[in-house]
Design a protein around this ligand. Structure first.
Ligand code: 4AZ
Length: 263
């Protein structure tokens, strides 16, 4: 794995690593990053994104994001759940701030990790948690298997999370959101080579970088047209030109997710 690849699920203990200067701008989308204070983006609230869940340890320390898709089901990344047990994790809804004590805390009764999951760069980075109690918050709808057109290059996607606001930086106490354009398979393949698995992944970000998900955003949503279309998965660093964020391509896993949500 590249030394720049960041897949840690916690914001803590990530060594600051200077991003390599991009040597080429590949199939640059016309759009450039809007000047904004995740990396880039703006603060938001749990009320604005009621389906946005904190995945925490038993002490309610957040290490990943998740998306509430039914009152008792949360979609997140497989890599967030490696080594976790139903006793070790909690799901927190309705909490805008990492240091808040408001909202609703649920225990987890079942963890489904995609059976094919091996590592983020090999795909299958999806998991579904079953909660022991219902979350009293609005749910997100998610893409159907046939909705593959949502990923058309340049589509506006929204990301949400409490992750670090720079590569190797600190987590955001307040929930943040940003928009990023989807990137073509050809362009993302040029960035990442064989680590980009077209069937299982989709990339998003500006050619010039500047706006991206980062450490601690993993497991959280990539929303397109207001629906869950991706899961924050990996990337080489954060917000660097030529290294877009990589997300789980949810259309590929939609039927399997539905089987878990229904079952
Ligand atoms: C992470 O470690 C992570 N820039 C999330 C997103 C990206 C990189 C790392 C993409 O949670």
């Amino acid at each position: 794995m590249s030394g720049f690849t960041r897949v840690k699920k916690t914001a803590a203990a990530v060594a600051a690593t200077a991003a390599a200067a991009a040597t080429a701008l590949i199939a640059a989308p016309a759009a450039t990053a809007a000047p904004q204070p995740i990396v880039g983006g703006t603060t938001t609230t749990a009320s604005a994104y009621p389906f946005m869940m904190q995945i925490t340890d038993a002490s309610q320390d957040q290490f990943c994001g998740g998306t509430l898709v039914s009152p008792t089901k949360v979609v997140t990344a497989a890599h967030c759940m490696v080594g976790e047990t139903t006793s070790s994790v909690r799901v927190v809804g309705g909490r805008t701030y990492l240091n808040g004590t408001d909202g609703t805390v649920a225990r987890v009764s079942r963890i489904w990790i995609h059976p094919g999951y091996r590592s983020v760069t090999r795909g299958d980075d999806v998991a579904v948690l079953t909660l022991s109690s219902s979350m009293p918050y609005g749910t997100a709808s998610y893409v159907s298997p046939s909705d593959t057109s949502v990923y058309a290059a340049g589509a506006t996607a929204r990301v949400v999370g409490w992750g670090t606001t720079s590569s190797g930086g600190s987590s955001s106490n307040q929930l943040r959101t940003a928009t990023v354009p989807t990137v073509s398979d050809t362009s993302c393949g040029s960035s990442y080579g064989t680590r980009y698995v077209r069937s299982d992944m989709v990339c998003a970000g500006y050619a010039s970088g500047g706006v991206d998900t980062c450490q601690g955003d993993s497991g959280g949503p990539l929303l397109i047209g207001g629906r869950l279309a991706g899961i924050t998965s990996w990337g080489d660093g954060c917000a660097a030109a030529g290294s877009p964020g990589v997300y789980t391509r949810l259309t590929t896993f939609s039927a399997e997710v539905t089987a878990q949500v229904s079952g």
